[in-house]
Design a protein around this ligand. Structure first.
Ligand SMILES: [Cu+2]
Length: 302
C-alpha cells in the first residue's frame, strides 16, 4: 500500500502535456498498473478466505448447505460445490475476457477510427457455440449420475418406514416391527401439529432411524400434497395422495433436529413439524423394543 502515493505529482501533468503524442504508450501504462494491482487483489482474496475460516468443512465451503448426515446428502453437497466451482471458473474466464477487451482493445484516444473489429470470424463463432454445449453436457453427466445414485432403491433395505402425511401432522409406521393386539399391528408413531401452547415440541411425532443402515421411506398422503424434508438430508420429496413415493438413505452420523412439510398444504402447514433422530444401531433396537412393549401395553400408539 505504501507504493500508492510514490508516483511524483508532476507525472500526471507531464503526461497530460504530451497526451496527444503518447497515445500509443497508454496500453503499456495500463499494463503496468494492472501488474501492480493484480498481486494486491490476489492477497486480498487470500486474506478474505483465511479470515472467513475457509477450512475443508464449514458453512463457507459448503456454500450455505448444512452438514449432511447421510451418504446421499454428501453426494448432493459435492455436486452443489462442483457446480459452484464450474460456475466460478466460467465467470472468471468471461470477466477476464471482458476486462482484457475493455483495457487493451478500446478506441485509442485521438484516433477517429474505431478499434479493430472482429466479425464473421468462423472459428470464434464455432467456439462460443460448441463450448456451452460441452459445459451443459458435463453438468448433465454429473447431475444424472448423482440422481441415479440418490434414487436407487435396494432390494432389501434394513429398515422400511411408511411416512403418512396428513393435514397437519405425520404418522410413522414401522411395519417390520409387530405390536400384537394394537390397532395397526406394528410400531406406529403419532403426533400432533406444533402449537404455540406447547412450543417445546413435546407433542410432535418422532422419527427414529439407525446410523449405517439402509433406510427406505415410503411416502403416502391421505389428503393433499405434502413434502417430507429433513434439512441435513439435503433432500426433500413430495408426499402425493394416490401416488406413493420412495427414497432411501444411509445415515453417516448420529444427530437430531426438526423436520418439516415443505409443500404449502393448507392453513396450518407451518405447524406440520416432526422430530427426527439418527441413533446407533444398538440404540435403535432398544428404542424399537421399548416402543413395542409400551404400545402393546397401551393397546396402540398414544
Ligand atoms: Cu403439509
Amino acid at each position: 500500500m505504501s507504493s500508492v502515493p510514490s508516483a511524483p505529482p508532476s507525472r500526471d501533468a507531464h503526461d497530460q502535456g504530451r497526451s496527444g503524442r503518447s497515445a500509443a504508450a497508454r496500453p503499456a501504462r495500463a499494463r503496468t498498473r494492472l501488474g501492480r494491482l493484480a498481486p494486491r487483489a490476489a492477497l486480498l482474496a487470500l486474506l478474505a478466505m483465511a479470515t472467513t475460516g475457509c477450512t475443508p468443512d464449514n458453512a463457507f465451503t459448503r456454500l450455505g448447505m448444512p452438514a449432511p448426515v447421510t451418504r446421499q446428502g454428501q453426494v448432493i453437497l459435492t455436486l452443489w460445490q462442483g457446480s459452484w466451482i464450474a460456475a466460478w471458473i466460467v465467470g472468471a474466464v468471461v470477466w477476464g475476457l471482458i476486462i482484457w477487451a475493455i483495457i487493451f482493445h478500446r478506441k485509442k484516444r485521438g484516433s477517429a477510427a474505431p478499434p479493430h473489429q472482429v466479425r464473421y470470424n468462423l472459428p470464434i463463432e464455432m467456439l462460443y457455440t460448441v463450448v456451452p454445449f460441452i459445459m451443459v453436457g458435463v453438468l448433465f453427466f454429473f447431475t444424472a449420475r448423482d440422481e441415479n445414485y440418490i434414487d436407487k432403491l435396494s432390494a432389501h433395505p434394513a429398515v422400511t418406514i411408511t411416512i403418512v402425511g396428513y393435514q397437519w401432522s405425520w404418522q410413522f409406521q414401522y411395519k417390520n416391527y409387530p405390536v400384537p393386539g394394537s390397532p395397526t399391528g406394528y410400531v406406529t408413531e403419532n403426533g400432533e401439529p406444533w402449537s404455540p401452547e406447547t412450543a417445546g415440541h413435546s407433542q410432535l411425532p418422532v422419527l427414529v432411524i439407525p446410523e449405517g443402515e439402509t433406510v427406505r421411506f415410503n411416502l403416502v398422503s391421505t389428503d393433499v400434497i405434502h413434502a417430507f424434508w429433513i434439512v441435513p438430508f439435503e433432500f426433500k420429496r413430495d408426499v402425493i395422495p394416490g401416488h406413493p413415493n420412495h427414497f432411501e438413505v444411509t445415515a453417516t452420523k448420529t444427530g437430531s433436529g426438526i423436520g418439516h412439510c415443505t409443500e404449502l398444504c393448507g392453513l396450518y402447514h407451518s405447524r406440520m413439524l416432526f422430530k427426527w433422530r439418527v441413533v446407533t444401531q444398538a440404540q435403535f433396537s432398544a428404542w424399537i423394543h421399548t416402543q413395542q412393549a409400551a404400545q402393546q401395553k397401551a393397546g396402540g400408539a398414544q
